[in-house]
Design a protein. Structure first.
Length: 262
């Protein structure tokens, strides 16, 4: 499945403007033959917007979700987008996957909150593995800091995830995660990982870009630089099946030895 990574911080503080940016990117992704477009973490509102997070948070089936579904349908491309999710009195850092026909396929709430900002404004999710079937692939959802916990990604591998989508807000000086950790996660778990970052200064943060679609061989199929851009690459199920056949990591596991990890 051809996958487009939208490396952009959008227009922090304006959901309406970010929906316009998403719509334009969806058109470009579709023109490039992509079946899926993935945004950065909290793309719909911005990341470093302080109390604006709570003000702009919406339900998973709210107006913004309807607008994304309309964009997905009009351009014929599935969309995974980061946003703050309002659920009762709680706000979650979430990513939602909507199919090319506008169906809401899956919604994931970030389970590992990074730093004081996130811990102040969000409630952590409790479901580590969220998946959906899309264009012949089992797609999993995760957000930023979550991918830095090997247990999280291994849980997806054991549940059969083929393509792991990771909207992120990776900041300086942690660029080694995009450069090194993410390709290793893809290799050691035998899956594709789409890691999609924000870029440039925002509030007190400097986001480093370097979005990547890493293959199960640990090699980047696409890699963005340090500016706003849309990069496109393929997640190939045939290559994935061959790689899993040849790589023994998962079948050589000895779970009986790992009890102390929990």
């Amino acid at each position: 499945m051809r996958t487009a990574l939208l490396q952009s911080s959008g227009r922090p503080g304006s959901t309406a403007e970010n929906l316009k940016v998403l719509d334009e990117a969806a058109g470009r992704a579709a023109a490039a033959g992509a079946g899926l477009l993935v945004t950065s973490e909290l793309f719909l509102t911005g990341y470093a917007i302080g109390d604006g997070v709570g003000r702009l948070a919406e339900a998973a089936d709210g107006d913004a979700a309807d607008a994304v579904a309309e964009t997905a349908t009009r351009h014929g491309v599935a969309v995974a987008y980061g946003y703050p999710e309002r659920a009762g009195e709680s706000v979650f850092n979430s990513v939602q996957l909507i199919s090319a026909d506008g169906t809401r396929l899956a919604n994931y709430r970030k389970t590992h909150l990074f730093g004081c900002f996130e811990q102040e404004h969000f409630v952590p999710g409790e479901q580590p593995v969220v998946q959906a079937e899309l264009n012949g692939l089992t797609v999993g959802l995760m957000i930023c800091y979550d991918v830095e916990f090997p247990e999280n990604v291994r849980a997806h591998a054991l549940a059969g995830t083929d393509l792991l989508l990771v909207p992120t807000a990776q900041m300086h000086p942690f660029q080694f995660v995009a450069e090194s950790v993410v390709p290793v996660r893809a290799f050691e778990n035998q899956m594709y990982v789409a890691y999609v970052n924000r870029v440039g200064p925002e509030g007190e943060f400097e986001f480093v870009g370097l979005s990547v679609l890493a293959g199960p061989d640990g090699i980047a199929r696409a890699r963005a630089g340090r500016s706003e851009e849309l990069v496109v690459a393929d997640a190939d199920p045939a290559f994935l099946a061959a790689s899993r056949e040849n790589n023994p990591y998962l079948k050589d596991r000895r779970p009986g030895l790992y009890g102390s990890l929990a």
